[in-house]
Design a protein around this ligand. Structure first.
Ligand code: FPP
Ligand code: MG
Length: 334
């Protein structure tokens, strides 16, 4: 059966299924946000404004949701889940502060980025500050497994981003290399969120690993979807700067597929044309005609299916259902 093409207008909307999955977590999200705000109070009051820029931003809270739902699905959630969810979100926030510098992004979460407001140096240091607070908090927990898993996830993020950065503008990367980058820069943190959410609830080895695998597949689908959105999405709905990938000479799955099926076109041609042509719609049409949007979308769909399959060993519960719905909501717009 041919894969239905995603509906670009709905792609970057917050699908109602996702809202429905996350609505019961509203009170927990408030607790997570309060914990983050408390953790990020600077010792030097002169820094309050710049740090406040981080705590005022409202993200989608997908990683905290994964910690909390994995905890509910695996056993009994505790206060440690709130703190763990906060710490995972702080690692994500630190990485975005750095990522927006690398991508020269001006908008994130519907607001000007820190690099846009305060400059690159301040944005990088702000990310370092957030990450340093993560060390401080996790060491206090005195559980080496949590520290190790989070440390490894953060190191994976950096390696994925470094690999992506080194490949910018050079020989085009192939799909395997792209998927390796995505596994590191995005899936690793979701994996740690699912695994540790279950671990802290004493889920047992099999269930903990299953929820880690769910998180990993979810993260793969999420990033591929995000990369499709960078091409076909609306900045207003996404609340962030789009069309940065090609502008930053970053080849993502739709472009990798496009190059594969366009024998006369090189990566360099693409970057040159992107520089000289500002007409995003021309590019969208070309990618669509080449089947590249469909191709990437089908890949995201396959990872969603794998995420749902990974839930196999997890006992039936409302939280497990919500995890399944959350994964499906990523591609629900098709
Ligand atoms: C968003 O990608 C960025 C990431 C998923 C990871 C960024 C990681 C780093 C910059 C390494 C530093 C890490 C730490 C822990 C400090 P994207 O640019 O494709 O997505 P976007 O459209 O949301 O910007
Ligand atoms: Mg970016």
């Amino acid at each position: 059966m041919p894969t239905p093409e995603p509906n670009p207008a709905a792609l970057d909307a917050d699908p109602s299924t996702r809202n429905a999955c996350l609505a019961p977590l509203a009170a927990s999200f408030d607790a997570v946000r309060a914990f983050i705000a408390g953790a990020l109070v600077p010792e030097d009051p002169a820094l309050a404004e710049v740090v406040g820029h981080v705590t005022a931003a409202n993200g989608k809270m997908l990683r905290p949701a994964m910690v909390l739902l994995a905890g509910q699905a695996a056993g009994t959630p505790s206060d440690r889940h709130t703190e763990l969810a906060a710490v995972v979100e702080m690692i994500h926030t630190a990485s975005l502060l750095h990522d927006d510098v690398l991508d020269r992004a001006e908008q994130r979460r519907g607001r000007p980025t820190a690099n846009h407001l305060y400059g690159n140096a301040a944005a990088v240091l702000l990310g370092d500050f957030v990450l340093s607070r993560v060390f401080e908090i996790t060491v206090r927990w005195s559980d080496p497994e949590i520290g190790c898993v989070l440390g490894r996830a953060a190191a994976e993020l950096c390696q994925g981003e470094l690999r992506q950065n080194l490949s910018r503008g050079g020989e085009p990367i192939d799909e395997e290399a792209y998927l390796g980058i995505v596994r590191r820069k995005t899936a690793a943190l979701f994996q740690s969120a699912g695994y540790l959410g279950a671990y802290v609830a004493d889920g047992g080895e099999t269930v903990n690993r299953a929820l880690g695998e769910y998180g990993s597949c979810f993260g793969m689908a999420f990033q591929i979807r995000d990369d499709v959105l960078d091409v076909v999405g609306s900045e207003q709905r996404a609340g962030k700067t789009l069309r940065t990938d090609l502008a930053q000479r970053k080849l993502t799955l739709p472009w990798i597929h496009f190059l594969k099926v366009s024998p006369g076109t090189s990566g360099r041609d693409l970057f040159e044309q992107a520089r000289s042509e500002s007409d995003a719609h021309g590019w969208i049409d070309r990618l669509r005609d080449a089947g590249s949007i469909d191709y990437a979308w089908a890949k995201a769909r396959a990872y969603v299916d794998a995420a749902v399959a990974a839930l196999g060993p997890v006992p039936a519960s409302p939280a497990r259902d919500r995890l399944e719905d959350l994964a499906r909501s990523l591609i629900g717009a098709a």
